[in-house]
Write a protein that binds this ligand. Sequence first.
Ligand SMILES: Cc1cc2nc3c(=O)[nH]c(=O)nc-3n(C[C@H](O)[C@H](O)[C@H](O)COP(=O)(O)O)c2cc1C
Length: 211
Amino acid sequence: MDHDYYFYEPARGHGLPHDPFNAIIGPRPIGWISSRAADGVLNLAPYSFFNAFNYVPPIIGFSSQGRKDTLRNIEATGEFVWNLATRPLAEAMNLSCAPAPPEIDEFALAGLTPAQSSVIGTPRVAESPVAFECRATQIIPLQSASGAATGNWLVLGEVVGVHIARHLLKEGIYDTAGARPILRGGGPADYFEITPEQLFRMRRPDYPPDR
Ligand SMILES: Cc1cc2nc3c(=O)[nH]c(=O)nc-3n(C[C@H](O)[C@H](O)[C@H](O)COP(=O)(O)O)c2cc1C
């Protein structure tokens, strides 16, 4: 099939009413990250430049566009928690993105409860059904192809503790859609919710294909 393509070089501008980048790489899972400042003030914020990068040991990461409280806290303590953002928690997640000063605890701002973690000192969100306790592994300054600093940072962490609400384990199998995770689309306000109807299954092919 032949397509008529719109083409642009991002360094020269996209020439469209909205930058399509986020809408194309989407929907993205949300890194809802709790962290703790050196002085103990709690912090919570969503990061949709987020994903999993390694299986064994499990490593997840997110990118901070600029130097934000979450990044500073993780630099100071070496740890963070990822909390699953679900449809019932969407509005609280959104409240937690407020550009509040470092002394403001976004758990309180969003009406959420900090629950003590098991192996690290940073609390998780008690209302979230899944949380990963993480120890930072690498904090990498992102650079352009020409080697110029972007001022943005990739934070990676090893998952050292996993909390799963028992109702999401169906005969031991994690029920992704049952948690009703939300994901970020493009534009100023687009989100998607994962529901069971969207599931389809496809197994990896054998090689050579069995004809
Ligand atoms: C759904 C969502 C996704 C976001 N993703 C990112 C992201 O990937 N990187 C980033 O720097 N900011 C992102 N933000 C904005 C931050 O959440 C916001 O700047 C927040 O105030 C940072 O908090 P902190 O300073 O406490 O770390 C996102 C906001 C929302 C609502």
